[in-house]
Design a protein around this ligand. Sequence first.
Ligand SMILES: C[S@@+](CC[C@H](N)C(=O)[O-])C[C@H]1O[C@@H](n2cnc3c(N)ncnc32)[C@H](O)[C@@H]1O
Length: 394
Amino acid sequence: MDFALCASRLDALLLRYQACWQFNAYSGAAAPHLGDHSALTDYLQTLSHTDIPYLQGDDHALLHALKPYFSPAAELIELIGLAPICPNLHPQEPPAGIPGRKWQQINAFLAAQAAMHRPVLEWCSGKSYLGEAIHRRYQLPITALEIDTQLVAAGNARAQGSTPLRQIIRCDVLSDDVHQQLSPTQHLVALHACGGLHQRLLSLAVEHSGPQLSLAPCCYHRFTENYEPLSRQLKASTLRISNHDLRSAVRQTNTARSGETQARRTLQAWHLGLRELLPQLGIAKTTPLPSLPQHWSKRSFGEFAQALLDKKNINITLPTELANAEQAGWQQLHRAEAIDLVRMAFRRALELRCVLDSLLFLQENGYQCTLSEFCSPTLSPRNLLIQAQKSPYT
Ligand SMILES: C[S@@+](CC[C@H](N)C(=O)[O-])C[C@H]1O[C@@H](n2cnc3c(N)ncnc32)[C@H](O)[C@@H]1O
């Protein structure tokens, strides 16, 4: 894959269709970006209650479904199409205490690597389950860095007595203390290290001439003010992507429990239902409304609506007959979810742009890099794997 070319094509596409991926379909506002796409609008209106969750959960299925009605879909399919590694792994019982899904991710992450032979430095390790798996498989010394003291203690309890040495060190990877943990002999590994934390890993890998790196990034919006590119190529781009955009890009529900999804949808429908009701109460439909915690979904629409108005200091008693407004809310939610598919069509592209930035930065600093999908998106939607090796000639 030509990372530079792919990044520049993605950049151009994202710039051109900015209005599509920045639109908040749940705001209740009209969707002006669909004005020029009447075939797409008609298609979205045909989608059923079962079509939408299916398309929300599968980027490729979504793009293929939109392709006949939405011209950028074809280029998006081409640009986000990576060779998935997704090896056929026999499900293995996780060691005691390691959640099954995490263990499957770890096994897929390791199966995607060539044999490991260097001492390992694990970044933002949690209890260092990944380090534990590497240690079992390759008997390598492992140092893991983690900021949370409880996770450090729990991880070290698991690692007690390991030979060669396996240890979790309490360390803030954003602080200067981290420098003393790095050496030019290590294989740097990180599974699901968030935005600013993995950008720090990349900068320090370059600074300390780390010979090898394997990184599965996640949550690009976290631990940064706004995601600032590291690579010269994307620093020069005029496209700026806010943390808000990135947060929406990685908010995927295909690993959420169905109860959580249902609770979130109920609150969204009620929000929209209340919005429909506002003009009847003499209040502008666009009035900003606060949000309420998820447990409110177990109450009634009336209680929810009254609590929101109280929170907003709007002193109005709601009518007793609210069934129509609630029903209108569910209809609006269906419409909003259909329109939001257009934003979702760009979410992998936004993620890929961040990952390409990391790859370009590494290449600019003398690394040979590969990019792959190490597990299926149903096991983890954050399934991109960057592998980099310092070129011996730099
Ligand atoms: C998404 S979790 C991933 C944990 C583990 N790698 C895994 O896959 O299960 C991110 C981890 O980063 C740790 N973390 C957050 N900020 C950190 C910092 N400044 N320095 C070191 N670790 C940090 C968190 O405590 C958390 O354990």
